[in-house]
Write a protein that binds this ligand. Sequence first.
Ligand SMILES: Cc1cc2nc3c(=O)[nH]c(=O)nc-3n(C[C@H](O)[C@H](O)[C@H](O)COP(=O)(O)OP(=O)(O)OC[C@H]3O[C@@H](n4cnc5c(N)ncnc54)[C@H](O)[C@@H]3O)c2cc1C
Length: 422
Amino acid sequence: MPRADVVVIGAGLSGLACAAELAGSGASVFLAAKGMASTHWTHGGLDVAAPDGASTSRDGIARLAGSAGHPYARMSDHVADAVAAHRARLDGTAVAMVGDLDMPLAPIPTALGALRPAAILPMGQGAAVGPWEGQGLLLLGIGHFRDSWVDYAARNLTAGAWPGGPAEIRAVTADLPGLDARNNLNARTLAVLFDDPAWRARALAAMAAVVPPGAWRIGVPAVLGLEAHAEIHAHAQEVLGGAVFEMPSLPPSVPGVRLFDELRRRITAAGGRIQVGFDVVEVERDGRRVRAIHTEAASRTLRLAADTFVLATGGIAGEGIRAHRGRRLEERVFGLPVTAPNDSEWFSDDPMQPHPIESLGIDVDDHLRPIDPTGQPVLENVRVIGSSLAGMRYLEQRCGDGVAITSAHVVARSLAARSAAA
Ligand SMILES: Cc1cc2nc3c(=O)[nH]c(=O)nc-3n(C[C@H](O)[C@H](O)[C@H](O)COP(=O)(O)OP(=O)(O)OC[C@H]3O[C@@H](n4cnc5c(N)ncnc54)[C@H](O)[C@@H]3O)c2cc1C
């Protein structure tokens, strides 16, 4: 029957960052998650805050902190420390981040040929930001890989407005060795192929053969290796003769998988335990305290007891909160009260825009304990982090990653300080 100082529930960016920081501070940590998280869907960068009109992430944080009920309204003083701690965790690895809170938010191209604002990115995507100064953008696609649409993306980028953008946008496609014989080719399969030095050398030579003469920055699908990414990225720049950046596309997100793998390594190297495939099915309580949770593993139920439980289940997108018929909302682990917009505001008229429903979540106090509508803590030894928190619209405000690592940092630091004092 495992017992830990802290049990973290959820293996998204918030749960992983919290468990890594806690384990690094000497706490015994057990992270249990039902499944993989939004790391495996998203771009693997760090969206800290980019609401409309923000010039830098720091400016974005200030704007969001002024909005009542937003998680940054109570945590904005901790964002810089959290970003520094997160970057320090990843420095020296293949998922090290470039950029900072004061860098101008620059439009970078997506795989569909839209633009999104970004400032802090994994090293392999870093060349997407920065002034273009007369350079062209070359989108280099991979033949037979159905999740990359470089001609479509180039058309969209050329047709849309891109102030200060590239002098020219062009798309080319390279046929890489042996891909025509594969029926099912996704980003992860390609990344594993790139990890093989012999295949990679032939693939990069085929890619170099389609690069036209000129001064290009080259966008490629985000498939440049899982295990040897830093080496492969450097090799690609050398062979293709220009700054190369990865463009994430459909899941599985290879940059997100790399981030997950690196954070998992950090947790286990510091003595923490992490188990994915463990759905929480039962909770033991003692008044306003949780004694233990039970998780359903492959062949048995596992009881996990702890002093503190950190809920990092990702809100509605992570399935930590479910919406039932009749618009009944359920927080699935502890049955916590859920705060949501009025029924009439759940959906916007424009299906292509993020829906207001994404702001639903758990209200918390300054210790990030869940509270009831009167402001009283519902459970004293539970903390809520990440997208489970109420009050943000992460797709519109581009603040989901920043809130994830900041809430993780706030909780990890306060729990570490408490155990040091005990
Ligand atoms: C498709 C998609 C795109 C996004 N794009 C952006 C973006 O561009 N910018 C941005 O800022 N944010 C974006 N987000 C928000 C993103 O969720 C946050 O940025 C951040 O990564 C949230 O992490 P999290 O740890 O809170 O939750 P998640 O990453 O959702 O992780 C939740 C974890 O909890 C686990 N879990 C859930 N229920 C249970 C249970 N009962 N028992 C055990 N485990 C459970 C899940 O299996 C998972 O491991 C996006 C989210 C999604 C889904």
